[in-house]
Design a protein around this ligand. Structure first.
Ligand SMILES: [Ca+2]
Ligand SMILES: [Ca+2]
Ligand SMILES: [Ca+2]
Ligand SMILES: [Ca+2]
Length: 227
């Protein structure tokens, strides 16, 4: 899109204020997944469908695994640019999760390098004191027992999750925020209830994934309500 003259941008911003319009433009500029060393980049989407589940990563083989989701969203770019924004974290970080908030690598950020190598730095390089282009990543490092399937689900939502660890991306000029979070569910490959089928992971594992499972329950309840 051709850049609008500054005066037009100012008029647009004024119109937003006067009318009190609240339709925020969340543009998913870029996103990518990392799955045990394989990076898949995805085309952006001008509109994030439903601002909800954006992708799942499925693991079926026993052993250690790493799942990471990366997103670069721009909020109201045509009104106040994509580099007036900042990020924050909420909740306590489970031992099996990692995160990163940073400029996506066009200027100074190392998030793309870290994402591509499968190790996030658990650091926010775009805090409210230093706004810029916000991109975010969330990772899982876990071990899967034989006979189980793991699903790491990633969500972008205009509503904050009620529990668990999550990242917030805010445009202070638009007074709008977007929440990025992930859940990890572990389910048996056998049919629960059949002889010899243990429907829940080992006790140590159940403890390990408690925060994620709590998040999963919340997500299911929420989608039920919305349905
Ligand atoms: Ca913006
Ligand atoms: Ca970083
Ligand atoms: Ca960007
Ligand atoms: Ca961005």
């Amino acid at each position: 899109m051709k850049k609008l003259p500054v005066t037009l941008l100012a008029l647009a911003a004024n119109a937003m204020c006067v009318s009190g319009a609240s339709a925020t433009d969340f543009n998913l500029f870029d996103w990518a997944t990392y799955k045990d060393g394989t990076v898949v980049t995805q085309p952006g989407s001008p509109v994030i469908p439903g601002l909800a589940s954006i992708f799942d990563l499925i693991f079926t083989t026993a052993g250690t695994h790493t799942a990471i989701g990366f997103v670069d969203v721009e909020i109201d770019e045509s009104i106040n640019t994509f580099f007036n924004e900042f990020g924050e974290t909420s909740g306590s970080l489970p031992a099996v999760q990692s995160w990163e908030i940073d400029e996506p690598g066009y200027v100074f950020g190392d998030i793309w390098t870290n994402f591509s190598s499968g190790v996030l730095d658990n650091t926010n390089a775009v805090p409210d004191t230093s706004p810029d282009d916000v991109s975010m990543a969330l990772g899982w490092d876990f071990t899967l027992d034989p006979g189980y399937t793991a699903k790491a689900s990633y969500f972008l939502s205009a509503a904050a999750p009620s529990s668990g660890f999550y990242l917030t991306h805010t445009d202070p000029d638009s007074d709008a925020s977007l929440y990025f979070y992930s859940t990890l569910s572990i389910t048996p490959n056998c049919q629960p209830g059949t002889p010899g089928c243990n429907p829940i992971p080992e006790p140590s594992m159940a403890w390990l994934f408690a925060p994620a499972l709590a998040g999963l329950v919340w997500t299911r309840r929420r989608s039920k309500k919305a349905a």
